[in-house]
Design a binder for this molecule. Structure first.
Ligand SMILES: *[C@@H]1O[C@H](CO)[C@@H](O)[C@H](O)[C@H]1NC(C)=O
Ligand SMILES: *[C@@H]1O[C@H](CO)[C@@H](O)[C@H](O)[C@H]1NC(C)=O
Length: 433
């Protein structure tokens, strides 16, 4: 028996060290010592429960990047022990996943899954603009990516602008460049150089006069016209200047009404693109968990909703939408201000919403919730304390800060007393469970 245990124990330890072998523990000298090599770093805090849950995924990422022969080093950094790095990176919550390359750093904002992180790493670690040197290469890219941007032409000031914008959006999308000859005949350009986005089985050309600033155009065009959204994509919509029109459906148990809502949304997105594209992003969402947190209520399934993610506001149709005509009426009433804006992001409302999001995130699983971070894990008790404290002291909050930003700013200041409180509350909430 004892012999068997002795045998098992080292094997177990060995297994652990092998798995974590490709993730280096970094310290505050990291930014000085990293030289020109790219690094993918997880910034964490020891009291962060979710960081612990996330750890095996991070070790998998390290091992997989190694086995893929990626030039990217993988590390993790305890920000409570090495807080001086915080001033170099804009960390809003834990775990923060940041790829550091040269002078620049790129934060990963997608779901915390191995595949998502690896895809991001490969995209961002490579060239910001990837040249497509042959027609075959172009076809290959076309078959592999649902959406990508392409610069067509030689050197030009436009190419310089394209490069800048690509560096800004590489965390989300692919950017390529090619000469005109590489394109199939079906792609017809009015002029060279040009910039195009390939998506939805077609392509759209950038026209500076009509579309304005290139960066704004890429921001508007970087999603397909209609697709299934999750909480991460919706969160990113806060950065765009579009309203989000969604069909909220139950895909696991689709009713005829669900199917109709999805079809109506898709139809308006494609057939009325010219009319609504500048103002609306269309899509559908599975389930109402996230939306319920957003509206702080219970939205019936299926439903139609229009959201203004910059101010956390939303619109609901006054009557049941049955036809295309009624959907168009609803969208127009939002645009011309006749539909009533609900929600918003006043201070108390933000706190309440945060509470809803966190509790629903706890229910639905962390990987699928962009708002969850460690500090938030000590909820609900901690948050109730904060709400009460927040309401009582009514500290004005910087309007630019996102919900979680305000809280996480507190979370990233790991004063000992605060840490203790977090631990206490997390113990309390555990006890409650
Ligand atoms: C485009 O807009 C971005 C931010 O919206 C700004 O930083 C940039 O200078 C603008 N570019 C031009 C050419 O106006
Ligand atoms: C969201 O609401 C704000 C404030 O009312 C407004 O300025 C902004 O234009 C709205 N966003 C969209 C995409 O309409």
């Amino acid at each position: 028996m004892a012999g068997a245990r002795l045998f098992v124990f080292p094997a177990f330890v060995l297994g652990l060290t092998v798995v974590s072998a490709y993730v280096e523990e970094l310290d505050d000298k990291f930014n000085e010592n990293r030289k020109s090599e790219p690094w993918l770093v997880e910034f964490y805090a020891p009291w962060c429960e979710y960081c612990k849950t996330f750890e095996p995924i991070w070790y998998d990422v390290g091992a997989e990047l190694k086995s893929l022969g990626s030039p990217v080093n993988v590390g993790k950094l305890d920000t409570t022990a090495h807080s001086s790095v915080l001033s170099d990176f804009n960390i809003r919550g834990y775990p923060a996943i940041i790829l550091v390359k040269g002078e620049k750093s790129f934060e990963y904002r997608g779901p915390r899954t191995k595949d998502g992180i690896i895809e991001f790493t490969n995209r961002v670690a490579g060239p910001v603009v990837r040249p497509l040197t042959s027609a075959q290469l172009f076809q290959h890219v076309l078959s592999r990516h649902d959406l990508f941007f392409l610069y067509i032409g030689g050197r030009s000031p436009l190419k310089g602008q394209y490069h800048k914008v690509a560096a800004e959006f590489i965390i989300y999308n692919y950017f390529f460049s090619a000469s005109e000859e590489v394109l199939p005949q079906a792609v017809s350009l009015q002029e060279v150089p040009s910039i195009a986005v390939f998506k939805d089985g077609t392509y759209y050309l950038y026209n500076e006069k009509r579309d304005g600033n290139l960066s704004d155009w890429v921001g508007r065009e970087r999603f397909r016209c209609y697709f299934q959204m999750d909480s991460f994509t919706l969160y990113q919509m806060g950065e765009t200047t579009k309203l989000v029109a969604l069909a909220i459906v139950d895909e696991t148990n689709p009713t005829t009404e669900s199917v109709r809502y999805k079809a109506l949304m898709e139809k308006v997105a494609t057939e009325y693109r010219d009319h609504y594209n500048t103002n609306f992003q269309f899509g559908y969402m599975q389930g109402n968990d996230y939306i319920n947190g957003f509206i702080m209520g219970e939205l019936a399934l299926p439903s139609l909703i229009v959201m203004n993610m910059t101010i956390d506001g939303y619109y609901l149709p006054e009557q049941k939408v049955e036809t295309m005509e009624e959907l168009l009426q609803f969208l127009n009433s939002v645009l011309n201000g006749r539909s009533k804006l609900l929600g918003g992001n006043g201070y108390v409302r933000r706190m309440k919403r945060l509470y809803y999001r966190v509790t629903s995130a706890v229910k639905t699983g962390f990987a699928s919730a962009p708002f969850v971070t460690c500090f938030l894990l000590s909820l609900p008790v901690g948050l109730v304390v904060m709400i009460v404290w927040g309401v009582c002291t009514a500290v004005p909050v910087d309007e630019d800060k996102a919900d979680e930003g305000a809280l996480l700013a507190t979370g990233t200041r790991p004063a000992a007393s605060q840490r203790k409180r977090t631990e206490q509350t997390s113990n309390e909430s555990k006890k409650e469970d």
